[in-house]
Design a protein around this ligand. Structure first.
Ligand code: G6P
Length: 618
C-alpha cells in the first residue's frame, strides 16, 4: 500500500526512481510522483493521477532536472481522492522540502487545525501534507533534517513511513517508520530506501530493515540509523535471496500468469529441506517456540487477511487433525476488537505473504502483548511481521507481484501443513508411518499441480471467454474444499469485478440455494470418493440439488469420478492425490478462470481497481 523509493548517489536519480516505482507499483497505483534535487541545487517535483504511465508521460512532456538525490511514490489513496494535487510528494510552503508518506497520520485533523490557525494554506486534502509543514518548521529551528524528523515524529499518531529531502541538504534523504515498512539498500558510493527490496534489488542485494520507531539518514557514503530519541541503532544487514529477474514478467502476458505457472516451484521450494528421514523437522523456530513449549500449547489461533485467511482455513482442518489441538481462524482485523482470550499456552500463527499487512501486524502485536506465543508464516525476508514474532516459517514462493495472490496461497498452505506435521510429531499425536505418508503426498503435489495447470489452462480459457457476460458465479465446497470455494469467489471478485460467492455446500439448503436459477454458473470442488465416500456422496447430492434448479455445474473433481460425470456440464479433472493435497490442486483452475475472465473483459489482471497488494493501513 503505497510504494516508496529514494536514492542518493552519483547517478541520475529520476530514471532510477522511476524504475524502482515500476517494481513497487503493485503496492498502489492510483497516482504517482517524484522529487529530485537537481544539479543546480533546486528541488523539483512531478506528479500525476493515474498509473505510473501517466507520470512517465508527464516526464516526457516536462522533463525533470538531473540530480543524485531523489524520492518517488506510488499511491493507494486513503485521505483525499486520487488527483494530481493529492499525489505525493507534498511540499512545504516555501517549496524547499518534499515529503512522501505511506500509512495514515491519525491525528492529522488536529495538527492541520493548528497549522491553519498559524496561517498555513493547505494545497491538498491529504493527511501527509501536515508532515511537510511540520518538518519545514522544525527544519527552520534546527537546520538539520534528521533533527527535524526527531521533532516531528513524536507528534504523529498512526502508521507512517515518512521520507523527506530538503533543498538545503543535497545528498541526504531522511526516513522514519512506525508500523509501516522501510528497507535500506546498501550500495557502493550510493544508497537506497524502499518500501521493500523490489525498489532497489537490481542495484544491490545488501539490505537492512529499518526497525519500528527508527529514523534513517542516507548519504552516498553513509547510512545512520537512530531511534526516535536519537540513540544509535545497529541495523542487521542481510542478503536479498532473490534476484531482480524473479520480479520481472519475463515474456508472460501478466505477472499473474507467470505466478500461477510458478506455483509448483513455490510449493516445492517451501517444502525443500524441511524433512529429515521422511518426517518434518522445523528446527529453527527460536527459544519461545521450542519443542517443549509447542508440546504444551493448548490452543492455536491462525490470523490473516484476504487470501492468506483462506490458506489458514484450509490448514485449520489439517493442524487440528494432525496435532490434536483446537485451532481457530480469525480475520486479523477482527482479532483485537473481540478481546480474545490469550495466554502463554496459546500459539498465534499469522499468515502474510508481504509480512507487512497492518491488520495482521496489529493482531500479532496484540497477541504478544497478551502473552501468547507468535509464529509467522511469511514470504518476505526481513518483513515486519516475522521480525515482531517469536519465530518464522518462510514460504519460499519468490516475489509475488500481481495484486491477486496465487503462488503465495499454495505455499502458505504447504508451510502451515509443515507446522501441523511438526506439531503432530512433537506432541506425539501423529504416528511416524502416517506422518511419512502425508509428507510423501505433499512432496508429490508440485508435479501434479504442474500437470493441472498445463492440462486445464486452455479449456478454462475457452470457458471464461464464453462467460465474459456472466454477472454472478457461485462456488461450493466441503471440508478443505470449502475455503477453496471461498478463494475461487474472492479471485473472481478481485479480478473480474463479478458478483461471486463461496459457500459450504452443506449450507446451500439453508438459504443460498434461493440464488440458484436457470443458467446460474456454479463451480463445485468435489472431494475424492477414495478418501471419504460419505463426504463425496454429500457433494454429489448437492450437485443434483442445484442442477434440479437449473444451475450450470462446473465440477473440479478427481479424474474418473464416475458419480460426477453425468451431472457436470463441465468437468475439470484433477490427478489422484491425497485428501490434504486436493485443495492445492483444486485452486489453480479457479485462479486461471478468474484471470481469463478478467482477460476476456479486457481488464487489468495484475492491477485490479481499488486494490493494493500490501495493505499497510488498518
Ligand atoms: C491484500 C491483497 C490480497 C492479500 C491480502 C493479505 O488485500 O490484495 O491479495 O491476500 O492483502 O496480504 P498478505 O501480504 O498479508 O498475505
Amino acid at each position: 500500500m503505497c510504494g516508496i523509493v529514494a536514492y542518493v548517489g552519483p547517478r541520475d536519480s529520476a530514471d532510477l526512481i522511476m524504475a524502482g516505482l515500476k517494481r513497487l507499483e503493485y503496492r498502489g497505483y492510483d497516482s504517482a510522483g517524484i522529487a529530485i534535487l537537481d544539479r543546480e541545487g533546486r528541488l523539483d517535483t512531478r506528479k500525476r493521477a493515474g498509473k505510473l504511465g501517466a507520470l512517465a508521460e508527464e516526464l516526457v512532456q516536462h522533463p525533470i532536472g538531473d540530480g543524485g538525490t531523489g524520492l518517488g511514490h506510488t499511491r493507494w489513496a486513503t485521505h483525499g481522492g486520487p488527483t494530481d494535487r493529492n499525489a505525493h510528494p507534498h511540499l512545504s510552503e516555501d517549496g524547499r522540502l518534499a515529503v512522501i508518506h505511506n500509512g495514515i497520520i491519525e491525528n492529522f485533523a488536529e495538527l492541520k487545525a493548528e497549522l491553519v490557525a498559524d496561517g498555513v494554506v493547505f494545497r491538498s486534502e491529504t493527511d501527509t501534507e501536515v508532515a511537510a509543514h511540520l518538518l519545514a518548521r522544525a527544519y527552520r529551528r534546527s537546520g538539520d533534517l534528521t533533527e527535524a524528523f526527531r521533532d516531528v515524529v513524536r507528534r504523529l499518531r498512526g502508521a507512517f513511513t515518512l521520507l523527506a529531502v530538503h533543498q538545503d541538504e543535497p545528498g541526504v534523504v531522511v526516513g522514519a517508520r512506525r508500523n509501516s515498512p522501510l528497507v535500506i539498500g546498501l550500495g557502493e558510493g550510493e544508497n537506497f530506501l524502499g518500501s521493500d527490496v523490489a525498489a532497489f534489488v537490481e542495484h544491490t542485494k545488501r539490505a537492512v530493515a529499518v526497525g519500528q520507531d527508527e529514523i534513517v539518514t542516507i548519504r552516498p557514503d553513509s547510512v545512520e540509523i537512530t531511534d526516535f530519541s536519537g540513540g544509535h541503532v545497529d541495523g542487521d544487514e542481510y542478503e536479498v535471496a532473490w534476484d531482480a529477474k524473479a520480479a520481472e514478467k519475463g515474456g508472460w502476458p501478466w505477472f499473474m500468469t507467470k505466478e500461477i505457472h510458478e506455483e509448483p516451484d513455490a510449493l516445492a521450494n517451501t517444502l525443500l529441506g524441511r524433512t529429515r528421514d521422511g518426517l518434518v523437522v522445523l528446527s529453527d523456530l527460536g527459544d519461545r517456540l521450542s519443542d517443549e513449549v509447542l508440546a504444551g500449547i493448548e490452543r492455536i489461533v491462525l490470523v490473516a487477511a484476504g487470501t492468506a485467511s483462506y490458506a489458514a482455513e484450509v490448514a485449520r482442518y489439517a493442524i487440528e487433525a494432525w496435532a490434536r489441538v483446537p485451532v481457530a481462524v480469525e480475520l486479523a482485523h477482527e482479532f483485537q476488537f473481540r478481546e480474545p482470550l490469550l495466554d502463554e499456552r496459546t500459539l498465534v500463527i499469522s499468515i502474510s505473504q508481504s509480512g507487512e499487512t497492518m491488520d495482521t501486524l496489529v493482531a500479532v502485536q496484540h497477541a504478544r502483548a497478551h502473552g501468547a506465543r507468535t509464529l509467522s508464516v511469511c514470504n518476505t525476508q526481513g518483513a515486519t511481521i516475522p521480525r515482531e514474532s517469536d519465530g518464522v516459517v518462510y514460504t519460499h514462493a519468490g516475489p509475488e507481484v500481481a495484486v491477486a495472490s496465487t503462488k503465495a496461497f499454495v505455499s502458505q498452505i504447504a508451510a502451515l501443513y509443515l507446522v501441523g506435521l511438526h506439531l503432530g510429531r512433537i506432541r506425539g499425536a501423529l504416528d511416524d508411518a502416517t506422518h511419512r505418508a502425508l509428507v510423501d503426498d505433499l512432496l508429490a503435489a508440485p508435479e501434479k499441480l504442474r500437470a493441472v495447470i498445463q492440462d486445464s489452462w486452455t479449456r478454462i480459457e475457452t470457458l471464461a471467454h464464453w462467460m465474459a457476460d456472466t454477472h454472478s458465479v457461485l462456488f461450493l465446497g466441503r471440508h478443505v474444499g470449502f475455503p477453496i470455494a471461498l478463494e475461487g469467489a474472492l479471485k473472481l471478485k478481485e479480478l473480474a469485478y463479478i458478483h461471486a460467492e463461496g459457500f459450504a455446500a452443506g449450507e446451500l439448503k439453508h438459504g443460498p440455494i434461493a440464488l440458484v436459477d436457470h443458467g446460474q454458473v456454479v463451480f463445485v470442488v468435489v472431494p475424492s470418493p477414495r478418501h471419504s465416500a460419505a463426504l463425496h456422496a454429500k457433494v454429489v447430492s448437492n450437485i443434483q440439488e442445484i442442477r434440479a434448479r437449473g444451475a450450470r455445474v462446473i465440477a473440479i473433481a478427481e479424474q474418473g469420478d464416475a458419480a460426477v460425470i453425468p451431472f457436470a456440464d463441465e468437468l475439470i479433472p484433477l490427478p489422484l492425490t491425497g485428501p490434504w493435497t486436493e485443495p492445492l490442486l483444486a485452486v489453480a483452475p479457479l485462479q486461471i478462470f478468474a484471470l481469463e475472465l478478467a482477460n476476456a473483459k479486457g481488464l487489468d489482471v495484475d492491477q485490479p481497481r481499488n486494490l493494493a497488494k500490501s495493505v499497510t493501513v488498518e
